[in-house]
Design a protein around this ligand. Structure first.
Ligand code: C5P
Length: 224
């Protein structure tokens, strides 16, 4: 059984490059990393028609099912697998299938609200906030929403002005104060290398701790 040793939260505005940072700092840790996108915990809105789901403010904390995220993180931290929900951005809803996620040495919780909820933030060993200029973020967002998510440019612009930008300023940016480290986006190889080293050290320590615990358990069951 693996008890995760290191839980990392990566927050930052939409289009900040959170996923890239997550990938870079964990790419040499191999199978020992599990990525939990906070987006997967958007509330299930199956009871609403699509036209209503399209108008929801997805940048407000109330759009998320925090209790489920807390419980599932707690379970992973205690070495239990979870049935993680998945999100469909095209349908503006949770998918019907869930994914079984086993605990691994390193857990990366990633999303605009990764450093928002107090209980969730307490469970994190390292809190990162990726800081990227708003103009770069909106350009990336337009590209992603129009090309990958099949949305109309006018709609993306309207949503940005109506909810994404004001909610960023009101709720997301302030979570920077919960961060241990603020990572300027871009070629910040010094920060990335330091974090990568730190994570690798944690994983190596944890693998031997898990191995020792398993051997003791095996010995005990052998003598019973
Ligand atoms: O990947 P990223 O951090 O950008 O994901 C968060 C963004 O997804 C939020 O800013 C929110 O506006 C957007 N979103 C959306 N439609 C949904 C759910 C989330 O545009 N149905």
């Amino acid at each position: 059984m693996t008890i995760p040793s290191f839980v990392i939260g990566i927050a930052g505005g939409t289009g900040a490059g959170k996923t890239t940072v997550a990938r870079l700092i964990t790419e040499n840790v191999g199978d020992s990393v599990t990525r939990i996108p906070v987006d997967n915990y958007y509330k299930d809105l199956s009871h609403l028609p699509i036209e209503e789901r399209e108008t929801v403010n997805y940048d407000h904390p109330s759009a998320f099912e925090w209790s489920l995220l807390r419980t599932q993180l707690e379970n992973l931290l205690e070495g239990r697998s979870i049935e993680m929900p998945e999100y469909d951005f095209t349908a503006h809803n949770r998918k019907s299938d869930r994914t079984i996620v086993e605990p691994t040495d390193v857990i990366v919780l990633e999303g605009i609200f990764a450093l928002y909820d107090e209980k969730v933030t307490e469970m994190l060993d390292l809190r990162l906030y990726v800081e990227t200029d708003a103009d770069v973020r909106i350009l990336r967002r337009i590209q992603r929403d129009v090309i990958d998510r099949g949305r109309k440019l006018e709609g993306v612009m309207q949503q940005y002005l109506d909810t994404v930008k004001p909610m960023h300023e009101q709720f997301i940016e302030p979570t920077k104060s919960h961060a241990d480290l603020i990572i300027p986006e871009g070629a910040n190889s010094v920060a990335v290398n330091l974090l990568e080293e730190k994570i690798r050290t944690e994983v190596e320590g944890n693998s031997s701790r898990n191995w020792e615990r398993d051997s003791i358990e095996n010995e005990l069951t052998g003598t019973l």
